[in-house]
Design a binder for this molecule. Structure first.
Ligand code: SF4
Length: 134
């Protein structure tokens, strides 16, 4: 989610806080990936040594079927909550591009969704101002 998993909306943070085993929100995402038997490599953007160390610790604690049924159910509820919080169900597939009027449609929808998700429409307006013509 472009780094937004690290800083979830308040309603989602409360869901994570209710888990029996406490994890950082990025760790939940990484653990879900590592929990899949098909996954052998997980790549995550890291910009500090601390993030590298956190991700190494996450990988050390990971494994197929490490997550409990309750934890998987919680992740499912969080996923549904993220979908609820985003008013436009755009998957970023890009099929609507190129727009004949030059509108970068999926990016606009992302800005709108993120502004709504965090209840910060002023941020979405500000980011919109930085959009280049596409
Ligand atoms: S708005 Fe465009 S990018 Fe988003 S789901 Fe529809 S076709 Fe795909």
């Amino acid at each position: 989610m472009g780094g937004r998993l690290v800083n979830p909306p308040e309603s989602i943070q409360q869901m994570w806080d209710g888990a029996q085993k406490k994890r950082a929100s990025a760790d939940w995402a990484l653990q879900w990936l590592w929990n899949q038997p098909e996954v052998s490599v997980v790549l995550s953007g890291m910009s500090t040594l601390e993030q590298v160390q956190q991700n190494l610790a996450s990988a050390d604690a990971s494994g197929v079927n490490v997550l409990t049924e309750q934890e998987l159910a919680l992740i499912g509820r969080v996923r549904e909550k993220y979908r609820e919080l985003a008013p436009i169900p755009c998957t970023q597939c890009g099929y609507c591009l190129p727009c004949p009027n030059g509108v970068f449609i999926p990016r606009n929808f992302t800005l709108y969704n993120v502004g709504a998700m965090y209840s910060r429409p002023e941020n979405a307006r500000s980011w919109y101002g930085f959009l280049a013509d596409r």
